[in-house]
Design a protein around this ligand. Structure first.
Ligand code: SF4
Ligand code: SF4
Length: 97
């Protein structure tokens, strides 16, 4: 089981995305169910200037700036690791937890 899932993960990573396993992992999915409303990543649409830097540093290739017009002004992506890379790099301080 471990060998076959590792092999599948490596092949899919080579073909599609280097963090493909993070997108598929059932542990991450269950964690997001439990914690999806805790510490949401918020974006201030008035401060964001659409420079797109946040999307370039995200290890999961989420593009936070695309959520600035969402009703809750939060990044609604279950795969967000809450790593804060986007928060730290934003030149306008438009992102925060
Ligand atoms: S880095 Fe900040 S200012 Fe630039 S697009 Fe992302 S949220 Fe907007
Ligand atoms: S907190 Fe990390 S995983 Fe979530 S959107 Fe920002 S850079 Fe991506």
């Amino acid at each position: 089981m471990l060998t076959s899932t590792t092999f599948v993960g490596i092949v899919l990573a080579l073909i599609f995305h280097q963090r493909i396993w993070c997108l598929m992992c059932p542990i991450g999915t269950m964690s997001s169910w439990l914690g999806k409303n805790k510490y949401p990543l918020k974006i201030d649409s008035k401060l964001c200037v659409d420079c797109k830097i946040c999307g370039k540093v995200c290890p999961i290739e989420i593009e936070p700036y695309k959520f600035k017009n969402s009703p809750k002004k939060t990044v609604q992506d279950a795969d967000c690791l809450k790593c804060a890379s986007c928060v730290n790099i934003c030149p306008k301080k438009a992102l925060k937890f």
